[in-house]
Write a protein that binds this ligand. Structure first.
Ligand SMILES: CC(C)(COP(=O)(O)OP(=O)(O)OC[C@H]1O[C@@H](n2cnc3c(N)ncnc32)[C@H](O)[C@@H]1OP(=O)(O)O)[C@@H](O)C(=O)NCCC(=O)NCCS
Length: 180
């Protein structure tokens, strides 16, 4: 697919599709990302959380979502959580439809999002901790120039069960070398 991609901040209309991506995904798909599927009611709180994000200034955001569009149609989202403004955040990446995976769109989405994350949140470091058994995000991080730090067992976020993750980091210096 050689179409134009752009990245933009989410708005109210993006909340439903993002929540649907999570709620409508098969359990096996969620488990493959290390998500604890024993209580899927956790997704019910997402709209309120995303509305709070929209109403919060950059300096205080705990999460920050961006949507990727191809020819004006939203195809996925990338977001950061664990945001410490002026310091660091953890990045996540999701294409919504299987048919669009593996064609370069996910890595392009994150490449376009990196300047936005680094600039708006004044980051010194961006972190990605992906399930070690999930090749797509791990290969994507390598492709984007993130440095592999280690593989270890942890509970990366509240939604996860304990799992082996691979930790990747992109420093501001490396970001500036590669992307500006
Ligand atoms: C992760 C994701 C956004 C990557 O986007 P994508 O468009 O599929 O990836 P790209 O086509 O840009 O490929 C990037 C790299 O990953 C590799 N890759 C992609 N899918 C892969 C797969 N299923 N198996 C092995 N490698 C894969 C590509 O070959 C490429 O690496 P290379 O340049 O060294 O060959 C997408 O696959 C996705 O949404 N997956 C499901 C959600 C998910 O697992 N998110 C991560 C949670 S931490």
């Amino acid at each position: 697919m050689e179409n134009e991609m752009n990245i933009r901040e989410i708005n109210e209309a993006d909340i439903d599709p993002i929540v649907s991506y999570w709620k409508d995904s098969p359990e096996a798909y969620l488990k493959g990302m290390g998500i604890d599927t024993s209580d899927l009611s956790r997704f019910d709180g997402m709209p309120a959380g995303m509305r709070a994000e929209l109403a919060t200034p950059y300096e205080e955001k705990a999460t920050y979502h961006l949507v990727a569009e191809v020819d004006g149609e939203a195809i996925g989202h990338t977001y950061v959580n664990r945001v410490v403004f002026g310091e660091s955040a953890s990045v996540h990446l999701h294409l919504w439809r299987n048919a669009e995976k593996g064609q370069g769109l996910g890595s392009k989405m994150v490449a376009l999002a990196l300047p936005v994350f680094f600039d708006r949140l004044q980051l010194q470091k961006l972190i990605c901790e992906a399930a070690a058994i999930n090749p797509a995000p791990n290969r994507t991080m390598a492709k984007l120039g993130f440095t592999f730090i280690k593989t270890y067992v942890t509970v990366p976020a509240g939604w996860n069960f304990e799992l082996e993750v691979s930790r990747w980091e992109l420093s501001r210096e490396a970001f500036e070398d590669l992307y500006t």
